[in-house]
Every structure is written in C-alpha cells, then in structure tokens.
Design a protein around this ligand. Structure first.
Ligand code: PLP
Length: 448
C-alpha cells in the first residue's frame, strides 16, 4: 500500500512528536491537523484545506502569514549573518531593535535584555527583581506577589509565580512560594466590578503594609489575564496596584507577553492606564509572530543597581545561546515598521468595535455566560446555566467540542477550559473578521 503524504506524516507525528499542553492519549487518535503553509491570515494543511487563524497561532501573529516585508527582512539579514552572540559583542538588528523598543514602551523603561520566549523573559524579570534588591543590600526582599489564576509561562521561576492549579500544582514542591492575591474576576465572584477590585486592592494593600520588607515585586498580566480565561480588569485597577507598589517600595513587573504590541488596542496594555512598570516582559507579537524573540525591559534605576566594579559581584549572570538573535531582531524591526506604516494599533480599536457588534448575536444565548473583550482579545465563557452561572463540568469538554466544530467550519482556535478564545491576527480585515465571527457564533450555537 502506498501511503499518502498525509498518512506518512500523521504516522511520524504519532510515533515521535510530543505536543505541548496536550494529553497525547486524546490527541493520538484524533485526525491530526498538519500545517503546510500560511498565506494572509489563513493556514493550509497538507491536505490543502484552508483555516482562518482564529487565535493568531497562540496569540502572537500580527500581520498574517507569509508576509513579503517580513520574509524580506529575514532574507536580507540571512545574507549578512544568521546569528552571533551578545556575550561581549553586539549586532546591528539587536541594537536597532533595543532603541526602537525603548521608544515605544512606557516611560522610564530604558534598557532591553533579550531572551527567546515569554517564559524566559519572565524568568529574567524575576531574577532581575530579586538581584536588584540584593545588590542594594536589601537581601530580605525575596518574595513575589502574583494573582489568582495567573499564567507567566512554564519555566520554573515562571511557574512559581503561576497560579493555575491544573498546570502548576504538581510542581509545587520544587517551586519557591509566592503570595497570591485575588484577581478581580467579577463574573465569577458576585458580578460587582467595584467590589472585586476593592477585594484585590485590599489584599494587596494588606500584604504591602505588613510584609513589604520581604517582597521584591508584584507580577501582573496588565488589564487582561490571558490563560486564566481572558478576564478583563475593572478600569483603574492596574493603576491603583501600581501606585500601591510604588508607595511601599515594591517593584511592578508587567507581563505584556500576551497583551503587548497592539492586541488590546494600545501598543501596551499598561498604556491604557498610563502605568510605567519597573520591569516589562514582552514576547509573542514582538516579531509579528515569526521568530522566537522575547525581551525584558528595565528602568535605569534597576540597571544602575547592577552597574558596578566587577569585584562588587553585581553582574547579572544570565543569558541564552540565542539571546539577541539577529534574524529575530531584524524581523521584529520590520514588524514594528509595518505596524506604524499601517496604523495598526488604531486599526485594532476600529476592528474591535466591529467584532463587539457582531458578538451581540451571542448575548442572549442560553449558554453564553459572559463575553469578555479588550481590543482583539476575546473570551466567551460558556455556562451550563446562565441564571446561576453554573459552569459546565470539565468532563463535558464544551470548549474542546466548540473548537472542534469551529475547525470543521474552517477556523482554528484553542479554548481555555469553558472559555472560547477568539484572538485574530491584528491585520485581519473587516470581511475576514466577519467570516471568522460567523464561524465562532455558529460553532457556539451548534454545540451548546
Ligand atoms: N506570560 C503570559 C502573560 C503569557 O500569556 C504567556 C504565554 O501564553 C507567557 C508568559 C509565556 O510565553 P511563552 O509561551 O512564549 O513562553
């Protein structure tokens, strides 16, 4: 029997590839989706089927796939050098990109430290915050505050400030302990935004008033908590949190990995409330969704705490082999240029309003609990009972089934439990958003 290319690849996939965040027992028997190419905001599988990229290939695609300007930037850089280290030397795209990032980031973030994924950039922020205090002689400030259901990546430091039990609990014995404050998730905690915000701020205030001498930093997903269910903070909450941290001498780490680069309708979510964090973590959309580059931005104050004679042992001993990769930095520069030329951040606000109007069609559906949206980050929480907000039991796999239905209708997305995620590439035009939201609506209606 002659195997088709699909059958051959599916067999190899089954035999050798271990997929992230995937129960392989479920996956192995399903019809695997094998992507061959992308064009615009569509991906094509090896059998020639087209799919809308309804979750931006895990929340990172900005301009779509196979974008001539981005391809060209990589090709041009390839003709010069693919990689050289940042250990004791620099390269042109890494320098240019650092300067560019400083120019578009919240005030005060003047230094850029590169890495290669959101998690490693978080790891760096945590280590920097820790050593910042150590270098200042405040070595008792070793603990971190995080928020309930927070997700900051999968390396051990990032998991230590993570608070999603399903992902993190098994590793608890090998983690450092963090303080966890409530996330202002109004829908699941009584429905009153002001009340949940006050609960969050009270818990933070209490910790800061009693323990700020042992706390290095608060780490937060600004404005939108991503993997926790696309949960949007009440207005003003982030701002208040930042004020409290400043008052009590605790650093603020803004994890903009998911929210950065226009996704929420502002270049960074911190900008929405005029917040300038001490450390900012970026990844995902930084390269337009092309190559694995991430970064941690720091203020001069933090940088200066490491700037000393070598013998003082204040050096930040951290780095990765591919830190500041020229190909990645070159494509990031090209992506930012396109974002500016095409006025994309402003465009997100217009597109978001269009999607919001379309999604009103779901508002009164019996199993649609809440539609949450900030810019082009959308989460739709499905519930078994709308009046009591009783959730679907996880064993019903309502999110998975809805996403499977969407795939059958030609759109890719990946749920967060009972929350259906819609995070289209920022470049999606109105007709494309129209087609994708139609599929989203139809799949929710047909499954619930
Ligand atoms: N931080 C946040 C807020 C994220 O949403 C993610 C990924 O979803 C990460 C960190 C980790 O990024 P990466 O998957 O690139 O390690």
């Amino acid at each position: 029997m002659v195997l088709t290319d699909y059958e051959r690849l599916a067999a190899l996939n089954k035999d050798h590839l271990w997929h992230p965040f995937t129960q392989m027992k479920d996956y192995i028997n399903a019809d695997p989706l094998i992507i061959e190419r992308g064009e615009g905001i569509r991906l094509y599988d090896v059998q020639g089927r087209a799919y809308w990229d309804g979750f931006s290939s895990v929340w990172l695609n900005v301009h779509g796939h196979n974008v001539p300007e981005l391809n060209q930037a990589i090709t041009d850089q390839l003709g010069r050098v693919a990689h050289s280290t940042l250990l004791g030397m620099a390269n042109i795209p890494a320098i240019e990109l650092a300067a560019k990032l400083v120019g578009i980031s919240p005030k005060g973030l003047n230094k850029v430290f590169y890495s290669d994924s959101g998690a490693t950039a978080v790891e760096i922020a945590i280590k920097m915050a820790f050593q910042y205090w150590h270098n200042q002689g405040a070595s008792g400030k070793t603990r971190f505050i995080t928020m309930n259901q927070a997700y900051h990546g999968d390396t051990l430091g990032a998991v230590s400030v993570g608070a999603i039990p399903l992902y993190h609990e098994v590793f608890r014995p090998m983690l450092f302990p963090s303080h966890v404050i409530p996330y202002p998730y109004a829908y699941r905690h009584g429905g009153d935004e002001l009340k949940v915000m006050e609960d969050t701020l009270t818990a933070l205030r209490k910790l800061l008033e009693t323990r700020s001498d042992e706390i290095a930093a608060l780490i937060v997903e600004p404005i939108v908590q991503g993997a926790g269910g696309i949960v949007v903070m009440p207005p003003g909450c982030l701002r208040e949190m930042s004020v409290l941290c400043r008052q009590h001498g605790v650093l603020l780490i803004a994890d903009e990995v998911a929210t950065g680069f226009g996704r929420t309708g502002s270049m960074f979510a911190c900008d929405l409330e005029g917040v300038s964090p001490d450390l900012m973590v970026i990844g995902k959309g930084l390269t337009g969704g092309y190559l694995p580059v991430a970064a941690t931005l720091a203020t001069d104050e933090i940088y200066n705490a490491f700037y000393a004679n070598y013998q003082e042992q204040k050096t930040f001993f951290h780095g990765h082999s591919y830190t500041g990769n020229p190909l990645g930095c070159a494509v990031a520069l090209a992506s930012l240029k396109l974002m500016e030329e095409r006025n994309m951040v402003e465009g997100v606000r217009v597109k978001a309003a269009f999607v919001e109007r379309k999604l009103t069609a779901l508002k009164d559906r019996p199993h649609v609990g809440e539609i949450r949206q900030k810019g082009l980050m959308i989460g739709i929480e499905l519930v078994r009972d709308k009046a009591s907000r009783e959730p679907y039991d996880w064993s019903e796999r309502i999110g998975v089934r809805t996403s499977q239905r969407a795939r059958a209708l030609g759109m890719l997305t990946r749920p967060l439990g009972n929350v259906i995620v819609f995070i289209p590439p920022l470049a999606s035009n109105e007709a494309e958003l129209d087609a994708m939201t139609d599929i989203l609506i139809e799949s929710i209606i047909s499954v619930t």
